[in-house]
Structures are given as C-alpha cells and as structure tokens.
Unconditional design. Structure first.
Length: 219
C-alpha cells in the first residue's frame, strides 16, 4: 500500500479532483485512490471521513492530510521537487502561480453554466454573456502564456506544470460544450487531451458505472 492516498470524486464530473490527480501523476509516485460518488445521500458523510473541509479532493501522505486542489499541488511541488511542477524561471513561475490562483478563485459563470462532464456533450449550451467573458479571459491567459513562456513545449509554460493541471478541466469543458477556439488555444487543448495521464483519467471516467448528469444551468 502506498503512503500517498488521494481522495477524489467520480472522474466524469469532479473537476477539482482532476487537478491534483494530474499533478500527482506527474511526480511519478505510486498512490492509492479513494473514489467517492458525488451527489448521493451519503456523499457528505463519506467525504468527512477523510477531508476536514467536507470536500474533495484530499491528499493523505503518511500522517498528513492536505485538502484543497491548489494546496495539494503546492504540497506536491515542495515534496517532490524533481517533478518540477512549477517553471524554473522566477518570472514564469510567478505568472504560472498567478494564473493558477485566478483559475482557483475565479470564473464562477463558467463553473456554474458549463460544469465538467466527460460522459456527455452539450454543444452550444451554457452560453451567457458572463460565460463568454470567462471564455475570452481564459483564451487571453492561454495565448499570452504560450507566447511568452511556451517555447520549450506544448503547454502553457512549455513544460507541463501546475498551471496546466488547473486548466485541464476547462479543456474538457470546451470540448463538452463545443467552444470554438483560435489555433493557439486549440493546439493547447489538444496537447492536454493527449497527455497520457489525461487519457487515463478520461478512460476511467467513461468506464464509471455512475451517470449523475445534471442538465446545463441556464443563464
């Protein structure tokens, strides 16, 4: 049994779980998973058995428990520095942290109207003035990062980083809802989708027995 255990929600819909799962995969460390089905009568009680916040994800590492997606990613970056989960350059690293924090705390319209769902497609749904503004802002973040820091690879800061973990659920949302993208953003989405860990997550999500889809929220 691994000393690392990640508690997550079901993979088809749990965007917050995907983020640290990708980061943990990037470290190359073996880890166990506890998958808790969301939106069930016992969901809250089951999560509280592992996470003091009552939310997934939560990481257990020996006698330590870390919750919140970004906090887990930061913990992994410090614990496994050889994984190089943040850019090496100080300027790039600061920008990567800034756009990761913006994703962590912002884009409420996109979250509310275009939730992550890997089992279904809702082409053209969820589009409101607020979600369009969120989409435009994300596109600016991606194109700016690629132009300034993306020379060494296909990801936002060249090499795969926590910033890509934070935006990976958005990549799935844009596919689910059929969001048209410029060539730079489309290429970036392709790189994320083709990441072996992302493929593994997606295949597992599609194989899950649960389908607890909620219809897209109207604006």
């Amino acid at each position: 049994m691994s000393s690392l255990t990640l508690v997550i929600g079901n993979k088809a819909i749990s965007s917050w779980s995907l983020r640290p799962w990708l980061a943990l995969k990037q470290t190359g460390q073996a880890f166990d998973e506890i998958v808790i089905t969301l939106r069930q009568p016992d969901t809250a009680a089951r999560i509280l058995e592992h996470s003091p916040s009552g939310k997934v994800p939560a990481l257990m590492h020996g006698d330590r428990t870390v919750w919140d997606s970004l906090a887990i990613c930061e913990y992994l970056a410090e614990t496994f520095p050889d994984a190089r989960l943040w850019p090496d350059d100080a300027h790039a690293r600061a920008v990567a942290r800034a756009v990761s924090a913006e994703m962590h705390s912002g884009f409420a319209a996109l979250r509310g109207s275009m939730s992550m769902n890997l089992k279904h497609r809702f082409l053209g749904e969820g589009r409101t003035p607020a979600t369009e503004a969120d989409i435009a802002r994300i596109a600016r973040i991606w194109t700016d990062a690629r132009a300034r820091f993306g020379q060494e690879g296909p990801f936002l800061f060249g090499r795969f980083s926590i910033a890509d973990c934070m935006y990976a659920p958005v990549v799935t949302r844009f596919d689910t809802y059929g969001v048209a993208l410029d060539p730079v953003c489309a290429d970036y989405c392709r790189a994320v989708r083709e990441l072996p860990a992302m493929r593994e997550w997606t295949e597992a999500a599609l194989a899950e027995p649960w389908d607890i889809t909620e219809p897209p929220r109207k604006g």
